[in-house]
Structure formats: C-alpha cells, structure tokens
Ligand binder design. Structure first.
Ligand SMILES: [Zn+2]
Length: 316
C-alpha cells in the first residue's frame, strides 16, 4: 500500500467510525424488558427499526414462560452479547434458570444467542426445518450482522439446536406447561409459531407483524403465510405476541397481517395469474388505505408486491 492509499484508507475508516458513533449516539439505547402477557407468560418487545449497536440486534420480539421446572425462553437473540441482555430481563422476573431455549425461526436475532444459553446448561430446541435454514444462512448472517452491531458480535458462535424435532406439529411439556409448536414457513422456510393453550397465548414468530408492515423476502412464501395465519385463527388465542410490534389480539393481527397476506394474494397474485404487467400492477395497488399507516410501508410495500408477483408468475 502506498503512503497515499494508506492515508486514504485511514481517513475512510476514521470517517466510518464517526458515522457509526454518530448514529449510535442519536438512537436511544434499548434494554430488553419483560412485560407480562398472561399467568407465567412474558414478552420482550423489541424496537421496530433496523438492527443497530444501540438495540444490540434485538429488533424483534422474544418471550418466556416460567414453569415449575425452569424457564422456557422463546428465541435467543442476535449474539452472545444480546443473549446476556435477554437473560437479565428474565432474571428481573424470576430466579429460575433458563432450562429450554426454543428457536421460532432462522433469522439471526432468533438464534445466534443459542451458544450463550447452551454454555449455561440450557437445552436448545428447534424443529428440523428451522435448523436446516439456520445452517444454510449462518455464515452470511454473521457477516451481515457485523455491519450493524460491530464488536458486539465478539464471542458469538452460530450453534444450532441440540434437540431437533422432526415434523411440523410438535407438542412439548415442561413443568406443567404444555406448548404446541407449528411450522408456518411464512417469512423463512422452517419458521414456526408457538401456542400455549393453557394461557391462550400465541407467540407467532415472523408470521405476524403489527404496527409495522411485514416484509415479503425472496425466501418468504405468502401462500404458506396465509395458511399459517388460518391455523392461528383456528387456535383463537386471546393474546398474540407477534414477531414484531406490540403484544396484541387477533383483531389487530387480522387487520395488519392476515388482511395484508390476503390483499397481496387476491390482487397482486391474481394480476400475475391474469398475465397483467408488473409495472401496471405495482402502480394499481401502490397505496392500499388499510395498510398505508404502518411503519416501513414506504420502504417495503412495492418490493413485497413485486416478490409476490414474480412468485405467482412462475408458480401460478
Ligand atoms: Zn423478523
């Protein structure tokens, strides 16, 4: 490297450092806090924005159940650093140890804290389909996440579940608490929801978003998502802990997620089946009144529509 290049490199890394510092300073530090949902059931509701150092990558919802034989934690955070923050939130409620960690999905913030909890003796559980996606995504997720949380990734080891459940409909019991675990494959292949029949709570993973628009990614399957939502309706939980957004009920979940899946399928999917053009379709359905108010609408809706269009075009 020439002196000149070295100087330029130093300058640009300095500038990058300042930018990170500036954005970290402008964003309030997020500390996970437990919120009671029902008897023995708690949610930890993360912020709606992008992953950052200020939120430690915990921009999603978590949950836990205090059973007679220890705590079941739903999702493990985005790193060892953030897993320790989740553990603190649990310890604020109960002195019981975390016995089980369940992964509802394969996005970084749902499972990269597994290793932290496993090292402390927790059993990590996941459905086989979830583990498959985690394995395929691990390396890319570590690289991607480093851009958002930097040095907080130190000591984080991607580690899949030690107890892997085959199938798409699993029932587990610990310390008198029974849970039903269903594959939805909505946002990512192998995404799941967890239903607690005794408490009438569903922790939906990335099947349900409220307050912000959900994202349809290249890995998402809007038809499976709509079917998963129907299964959720059939369970009729009183309380819904969505993947993102406040703890809510089925009415809000219906309005901001169920109706949106239906909107995409019945309008954009139908247009693709009808062989309308993509650009016409994107313009025609650009501004649906029931969803326009949701956070992230401007950033996501058009891309969501084009992914659904391409999906239905290639697989009508
Ligand atoms: Zn998510």
């Amino acid at each position: 490297m020439t002196f000149f290049l070295r100087r330029r490199w130093m300058l640009s890394s300095l500038l990058a450092g300042f930018t990170t510092l500036a954005s970290a300073q402008s964003e309030a530090l997020y500390l996970p806090k437990a919120q009671q949902v029902a008897d023995k059931v708690y949610a930890i509701v993360g912020p709606l924005g992008q992953r950052s150092e200020a939120n430690a990558g915990l921009n999603a919802n978590y949950g836990f159940i205090v059973t007679d034989k220890g705590v079941i934690l739903i999702d493990s955070g985005a790193s060892a650093h953030s897993a320790a923050l989740l553990q603190k939130a649990v310890q604020g409620v109960t002195p019981q140890p975390i016995r089980w960690v369940l992964n509802t999905g394969s996005q970084d913030h749902r499972w990269l804290g597994n290793d932290f909890f496993a090292k402390q003796g927790a059993e990590v559980h996941a459905l086989a389909a979830t583990v498959k996606t985690q394995k395929a995504a691990a390396e890319q997720q570590m690289t991607g996440l480093a851009r958002f949380v930097g040095a907080q990734l130190k000591g984080t080891q991607p580690r899949q579940a030690t107890v892997v459940h085959p199938g798409t409909d699993v029932t587990l019991t610990l310390g008198g608490t029974t849970l039903r675990w269903l594959d939805t494959s909505a946002h990512y292949p192998g995404d799941t929801l967890i239903h607690l029949p005794q408490a009438s709570v569903a922790l939906t993973g990335d099947l349900v978003y409220v307050d912000r628009l959900l994202g349809v990614l290249p890995q998402s399957n809007v038809r499976k998502a709509a079917q998963g939502f129907e299964r959720l309706q059939a369970l009729a939980p009183k309380y819904v802990v969505p993947g993102h957004g406040r703890v809510t009920d089925m009415a809000q979940a219906q309005k901001e997620t169920g109706d949106y899946y239906a909107y995409l399928i019945n309008n954009v999917g139908a247009a693709a089946r009808n062989m309308d053009t993509l650009s016409e379709t994107l313009d025609k359905f650009a501004s649906p009144a029931p969803f326009k108010h949701l956070q992230n609408f401007e950033e996501l809706h058009r891309a969501n529509m084009s992914r659904v269009f391409v999906d239905f075009e290639s697989n009508p």
